[in-house]
Structure formats: structure tokens, C-alpha cells
Design a protein around this ligand. Sequence first.
Ligand SMILES: [Mg+2]
Ligand SMILES: [Zn+2]
Length: 188
Amino acid sequence: MNKAIFWDLLGTLGGNSKTLIKDFEFFDHSIESLKKARENDYLNILVTNQSTIGHGKIGLTEYENYLEKMRKLLHNNDCDFDEVYTCPHRRIDNCECKKPKVKMITQAKDKFNIDLVSSFVIGDTIKNDMLLANNAGINGILVLTGEGNEELSNFHKNINEPHFFRIEKDALSAIEYICKVSRSLYKN
Ligand SMILES: [Mg+2]
Ligand SMILES: [Zn+2]
């Protein structure tokens, strides 16, 4: 079976939750993070909510063109996503794919034969990404870039319980942590 990192895009690998795909730029550490995941035998799978498509702010074809451009940049740096899953719907469409629902994960799991227990979701929101991890039975790591900091302080304000996910500064420290634990797990 394979293991995977399910990456959130906005606020996790670049930009923030309000960034339009046409303005998206990777953080300085993002490409290194994706490469590190690959070197440690994790598939890099992007799972992104893009309700701007459903709201008609950008056409699907236009979105796909920007996505292609983004992946070309990754290619030029000797990396890429193994697969990209996009939910184009609005919240009120009540689709099955919008995070924190798990359809994008189960599609990837079936396609790539992924062992979810040894996989991770890395994202900057609790309401979408960490709940997605929880719903799918995957380890979640909240990064403090994008909305991460704000999400975390709201969480602690409202809920008097320990959180059910790990917290890391950014995508790179998240992947470094994952490499460290997976090495110690599989060491004989
Ligand atoms: Mg995000
Ligand atoms: Zn959807």
C-alpha cells in the first residue's frame, strides 16, 4: 500500500484563503516540502475547495489553465502533485466532495491504494482540513501559515478540550516532523 500527504493549497502551500488561483504563489519553503515528502515515499495529493468556481468568479477551464501553469512551475523544479482533486461547489450545493467531507480522499485512496493510517492531511484550517483528517481517520497537522493562527486561537476560545491534531509552524516543519516519526516507526 502507499502512503500520502493530502495537501491543502491556499494558506498552506501559498497565499491565503482569499487568494484567487490566478494570483497564487508558492511560499518559499513549499517546493522543498513537496520534494521532501516525495523523497520519503509519500504521494503528494492536493485536495482543494475552490468555491470561486461555483460562485462564477472563475470558469472551470480558466481554473484548470492556472492549475496547469502552477504544475509546470513544479515540473521545472523537479516535482509535481501526483493528483489534484478540486471541489468547485458552493457550500449550499451540499455536494459530497467539499472538505471536510471525505470524497476527495476516498477517490485518492481507491486510485492509489493508499493506507490512510500512515498518511497525513496538512492544512491551515480546523473547520475544513483538520475535520477532514478526523472524518477520514487520518493524522492531521495544522500549519500556522494562512488562517492557521487565527483558527487555533478561535478553537481554544470555544472549546475547552485538547486538540485532535498536531500543530506545526509551516508546511516544511510539518513534513520534517512526518519524516522523523515515519523513520522511527519503520526502523527495525
Ligand atoms: Mg487553506
Ligand atoms: Zn464539491
